[in-house]
Design a protein around this ligand. Structure first.
Ligand code: SF4
Length: 70
């Protein structure tokens, strides 16, 4: 593990970008997306980082060992 995802769920606009980019970790639930898991390791960093960077509402945060990296 090592990385944690946080999403400001209420401010997700449901654009689906995170789900399109990183379907292993993100799923649509009704009109908003949510993370399937909140912890991941190095091999899934790229996918989640791209999802966070692509989020137009800027509601995805990634933490490594408790420190915000995105
Ligand atoms: S990219 Fe951001 S705004 Fe769009 S569905 Fe994912 S979390 Fe919501």
């Amino acid at each position: 593990m090592g990385y944690k995802i946080e999403q400001d769920h209420k401010n997700c606009i449901g654009c689906g970008a995170c789900v399109a980019i990183c379907p292993k970790f993100w799923v649509m639930e009704g009109a908003k997306a949510k993370p399937k898991k909140t912890e991941f390791d190095d091999k899934d960093l790229k996918c989640n980082k791209e999802a966070a960077e692509s989020c137009p509402a800027n509601v995805i945060r990634i933490f490594k060992d408790g420190k915000k990296i995105i």
